[in-house]
Design a protein around this ligand. Structure first.
Ligand SMILES: Nc1ncnc2c1ncn2[C@@H]1O[C@H](COP(=O)(O)OP(=O)(O)OP(=O)(O)O)[C@@H](O)[C@H]1O
Ligand SMILES: [Mg+2]
Length: 231
């Protein structure tokens, strides 16, 4: 039996309009990502990697074509439905962490849970669990300014998975890190993929980061080419 892909883009068209100029980015993009995949997306600056990630996150929608994630046709959903979908179904990790400086690590991680009907005790135990997963037990009370970039990114990952989404989107998660911190972050992502079966789509400029993924897709001129790897 062949299983339906977790993520399917079919004939996706997307462009931006600045004044009277229309800038096409994708004219007919197709993509299938199976459940449990860990895919790296590489490509030149401006090729549309973040645009694609924003569509997968339900932040932006295709101009035409279909985009399905799990059982949801994101292209057919309105803004309100998509924002509720986002709260339950995906986590996102940013290049510059996007932590709130006036909140400590635990409070930053707890933020997405405040939208859910959970008791303070349940929230605390979930926060403790994901901080432990990313190796930050005991640092709950530290503020972002007291942490290294690698530690801040691990807080960012904990925040992205605290609601237990099946889909994890990462936009250059190691782009601002030294090699050692980058490798630690990549190890955590691989672990989340392997043991918690998160489907991960990671945009990266770093070939070494891409090798942590199960496969690499190169985006160029609006199309994907899959990288061949030696066995
Ligand atoms: N909100 C917007 N309005 C107008 N044009 C945009 C908008 N967002 C992106 N673009 C344009 O769309 C194209 C693709 O942008 P995108 O940010 O997806 O590229 P990228 O592959 O993520 O690049 P980078 O590697 O630099 O992050 C670029 O030409 C960009 O200028
Ligand atoms: Mg980008």
């Amino acid at each position: 039996m062949t299983q339906e892909p977790f993520i399917t883009l079919a004939g996706v068209r997307k462009g931006y309009r600045t004044g009277s100029d229309a800038i096409p980015i994708f004219t007919a993009l197709d993509l299938a990502i199976p459940r449990g995949d860990f895919v790296a997306i590489m490509g030149p600056s401006g090729s549309g990697k973040s645009t694609l990630l924003n569509m997968l996150a339900g932040i932006d929608v295709p101009d035409a074509g279909s985009l399905k994630v799990g059982n949801y046709r994101l292209d057919q959903m309105g803004e309100t439905a998509r924002s509720s979908w986002r709260a339950h179904n995906m986590g996102i990790v940013f290049q510059f962490y996007n932590l709130l400086p006036m909140l400590n690590a635990a409070e930053n991680v707890e933020l997405p849970l405040l939208l859910k009907p959970l008791s303070a005790g349940e929230r605390r135990s979930r926060v403790a669990k994901v901080l432990d997963l990313v190796g930050l037990s005991g640092r709950e009370k530290q503020y972002p300014s007291m942490m290294s970039g690698g530690q801040q990114q691990r807080v960012g990952i904990a925040r992205a998975i605290v609601s237990d989404p099946k889909l994890l989107l990462c936009d250059e998660p190691t782009g601002d890190l030294d090699r050692k911190s980058a490798d630690e972050v990549l190890e955590i992502l691989a672990l989340l993929n392997r043991t918690l079966e998160k489907t991960i789509v990671m945009v990266t400029h770093d070939p070494q980061a891409a090798r942590s993924a199960k496969r690499t897709l190169h985006l160029d001129k609006g199309l994907f080419v899959e990288e061949k790897r030696a066995a």
